[in-house]
Design a protein around this ligand. Structure first.
Ligand code: FAD
Length: 489
């Protein structure tokens, strides 16, 4: 559809294209700001690269992207520029838009995924060969992932020295405000209709839980951050491991889509420094740095999402997935904390970090299912799925990763449940069939006497499953599998 009926003859200055990718915001967006400051008309562009992407978006993130683009488009409208949507190979799309608009410059913020780094570099050179001005900016991460090096010049493999090296550098730059206005482009350009991209689920529409939980877009991100600074940061250190209370920021999907910049988060946390304790502030910043560390790993070890970082694990005797994977995915393992986590994921597209660790450990150690199958399920169902954080975290859980949890430290889903969900608020919310069971039996319903189960309306094996494996036996089997791997590797 023609976006603007005004004649191209009205363009006296060549426009600049701002190519939006995983930076769906106008605040602290260096590429957009640079275009605004250049004084030329601005063409904001988003290209859906699904057929060309190295890692296509999962269902939950396709839903998010739809909402986030609506929000970005509305923001850009208020600044005076209309977002152009196109689907296809970005190089071909850029070529076509340059031809039809007369644009002589292209700006974007850098992204750091293997395959995409090389592609963006190639696009940059090809455009520059045609005398276009092309500039890319740093904004997705607080550091460039190739910047921090160990004393011997290599990448970090262990988190703590990485964090120390980060702290020794100058603090992150202050964020920039959004441009006040953009010069509109008065030519005619074709834009796709967002609805035609069919990013939203249809038949069945499973997105109700997502809509109830989230407000994708820059405003939603801002609201989450403000709420967290007022209510969460001050007790972050003590409450961040409690899935039954809102103890963490829930900023992750907003960060993943670039709806809020890490520099903005860093600065806003700095602004409340005197209102919270130093440990709470530092623990939160250290978590933000886990994301940076994950990108540092991915950029320096590009096959992190596919290959065991520790190649000893290539000899690990994984069992086939079969029905056991499906039971884990559906939250029907018979371990309440695991099932609550998997159902939270399915209903809301998100899962608490502590529970991600518990369900991840359960999959790879109790069920002996390859971590890559867990990573793939998370990629399809998480609204915050991030190729770096997801891969690094799964490898950490499996014991195969850089700085990983030792394999032989096997979480007990019973003790973890009792420790981190002591009053059962989390399990009761996501596994309602257990709601009436007394706390004492909540994490081990199979130990409850029959009258207690009857009173709570539970029929084990029917209304709630019996455990898929017995914890003690599964633990022994996992340790034996690890020993076998060590003997072979
Ligand atoms: P907060 O505790 O408020 O932390 C603030 C921000 O710091 C987060 O939004 C996130 O950007 C970053 N962060 C916090 N913890 C971590 C961490 N351990 N690793 C990397 N970044 C972190 N996070 C993702 O963003 N995408 C993923 O795909 C992802 N997959 C994971 C898979 C597994 C198996 C595990 C154990 C963890 C995974 N994480 C992932 C990390 C973590 O669980 C989430 O970042 C966190 O739960 C998001 O909630 P929050 O925004 O409330 O976090």
């Amino acid at each position: 559809m023609p976006m603007n009926a005004t004649s191209p003859a009205e363009n006296t200055v060549a426009p600049a294209i701002v190519w939006f990718r995983n930076d769906l915001r106008v605040d602290d967006n260096r590429a957009l700001l640079h275009a605004a400051e250049s004084g030329c008309p601005v063409i904001p562009l988003f290209v859906l690269e699904d057929a060309h992407d190295t890692l296509p978006l999962g269902g939950a993130q396709r839903w998010w992207l739809h909402q986030s683009l609506l929000s970005l488009s509305a923001k850009l409208d208020t600044l005076g520029a209309a977002l152009v949507l196109r689907r296809g190979d970005p190089e071909e799309v850029l070529d076509e838009i340059i031809r039809s608009s007369g644009a002589d410059r292209v700006f974007w913020n850098r992204r750091y995924l293997p395959g995409l780094i090389e592609r963006d570099t190639a696009i940059k050179s090809s455009l520059r060969d045609r005398a276009m001005t092309v500039e890319s900016f740093h904004g997705q991460l607080l550091h460039e992932p190739t910047q921090l090096r160990t004393g011997s010049g290599g990448p970090y493999r262990v988190y703590t020295p990485f964090w120390r090296a980060f702290c020794e550098r100058p603090p992150p730059r202050p964020p920039s405000d959004a441009p006040r206005a953009l010069v509109p482009f008065h030519g005619s350009l074709v834009s796709d209709q967002l609805a035609d991209w069919t990013l939203l689920p249809a038949g069945p529409d499973w997105s109700t839980g997502l809509s109830e939980e989230w407000e994708p877009g820059e405003e939603g991100a801002k609201t989450r951050l403000e709420r967290f600074l007022a209510e969460g940061l001050g007790s972050y250190g003590s409450m961040r491991d409690r899935p039954g209370v809102p103890g963490t920021s829930r900023l992750s999907p907003h960060i993943a889509f670039g709806e809020i910049s890490p520099f903005r988060i860093w600065q806003e946390v700095e602004n409340v420094r005197n209102e919270v304790s130093h440990p709470d502030l530092t623990v939160f910043r250290k978590e933000l740095l886990w994301r940076e560390f994950s990108y540092h790993l991915l950029v320096n070890f590009p096959s992190l999402g596919n290959d065991n970082f520790n190649s000893d694990f290539d000899a690990f005797p994984w069992l086939g997935a079969g029905d056991r994977l499906a039971r884990w995915q559906r939250g029907e393992t018979g371990y309440p904390i695991v099932d609550a986590g998997m159902r939270e994921l399915w209903q809301t597209g998100w899962m608490h970090n502590r529970v991600r660790m518990i369900v991840g450990s359960f999959l790879v150690k109790h069920l002996l299912i390859d971590w890559r199958l867990g990573e793939a399920w998370f990629r399809d169902t998480l609204v915050d799925a991030d190729p770096a954080s997801n891969a690094a975290s799964w490898q950490w859980i499996a014991g195969s990763g850089a700085d990983a949890a030792p394999y032989f430290r096997i979480f007990s889903p019973i003790l973890q449940g009792r420790k981190f969900d002591p009053d059962g608020a989390y399990v009761r919310r996501f596994v309602p069939e257990l709601a009436a069971i007394p706390d004492k039996f909540l994490h081990t319903p199979w130990t409850a006497p029959e009258p207690v189960l009857a009173e709570a309306g539970i029929e084990l094996g029917r209304s709630y499953p019996l455990p898929i494996v017995e914890h003690g036996a599964a633990r022994k089997r996992a340790l034996a599998a690890y020993k076998t791997m060590k003997e072979i590797a």
